[in-house]
Design a protein around this ligand. Structure first.
Ligand code: FES
Length: 118
């Protein structure tokens, strides 16, 4: 039986938001989880300091995909200053599940991408 948080994660995994490519992004990065080799590519468009578009592609597990999906939803419309405040604790809280050491790396892959985009 899944709890509510797990259902949200599964929904984002099965129907990832902002999945795809942007033609002319301001910046594009690729990050990989060294433990499993999964990769996430994230691209962003800034209008001055604000995020107007963000998308990601790649193949990952449920946690890494859900994390990227939720994070890209959250950051649209935010400023670079606001994005700089996003940290590990924010991601864990956003996912709403307790994660072991290995799964934390999955969850933080999208954060690593975001930091490289700033
Ligand atoms: Fe590869 Fe989670 S198992 S990112």
């Amino acid at each position: 039986m899944f709890n509510i948080y797990t259902e949200i994660i599964l929904d984002h995994y099965q129907h990832p938001r902002n999945f795809g490519e942007i033609k002319n992004p301001t910046k594009k990065v690729e990050v990989a989880n060294p433990l499993c080799g999964d990769k996430i590519k994230m691209m962003i468009v800034f209008d001055k300091e604000k995020v107007t578009e963000v998308k990601f592609t790649g193949v990952g597990c449920a946690i890494s995909t859900a994390s990227a999906s939720m994070l890209t939803e959250y950051i649209k419309g935010k400023t670079k200053e606001q994005l700089k405040k996003i940290d590990k604790n924010f991601i864990i809280k956003m996912l709403g599940v307790s994660l072991g050491v290995n799964r934390i790396k999955c969850a933080l892959l999208s954060l690593e991408a975001l930091k490289k985009l700033l």
